[in-house]
Design a protein around this ligand. Structure first.
Ligand code: FES
Length: 97
């Protein structure tokens, strides 16, 4: 996927993390949500009732639209967690809002 970051911004050091097993590059200080968005991920989970795809809305920990599994712990708000080296993220149907 194309990197959607603004190229002229000076960033901290690069980190590598995994999304559904795929290696992705991010930068220290970015939230997991920002790194996912920059890598092109939009739908992060599905609604419990009708299975409709869900994604982030607020970006500040209120809406729960950005839930993912982080290092095996389900239902983590990706907008509230900084990305770390070797972090493992799962964006799938098991995440329910
Ligand atoms: S985007 Fe709303 S809680 Fe994360």
């Amino acid at each position: 996927m194309e990197d959607l970051r603004i190229p002229t911004i000076v960033r901290k050091e690069a980190v590598t993390f995994f999304v559904n097993g795929k290696e992705i590059r991010a930068y220290k200080g970015e939230t997991v949500l920002a790194a996912l968005h920059a890598a092109g991920y939009g739908i992060l989970n599905k609604s419990k009732d009708i299975g409709e795809g869900r994604g982030p809305l607020c970006g500040m920990g209120v809406c729960y639209g950005c839930l993912v599994s982080i290092n095996g712990i389900q239902n983590q708000r990706s907008c509230m967690v900084e990305v770390e080296e070797k972090m493992e993220i799962t964006t799938d149907e098991t995440q329910t809002v």
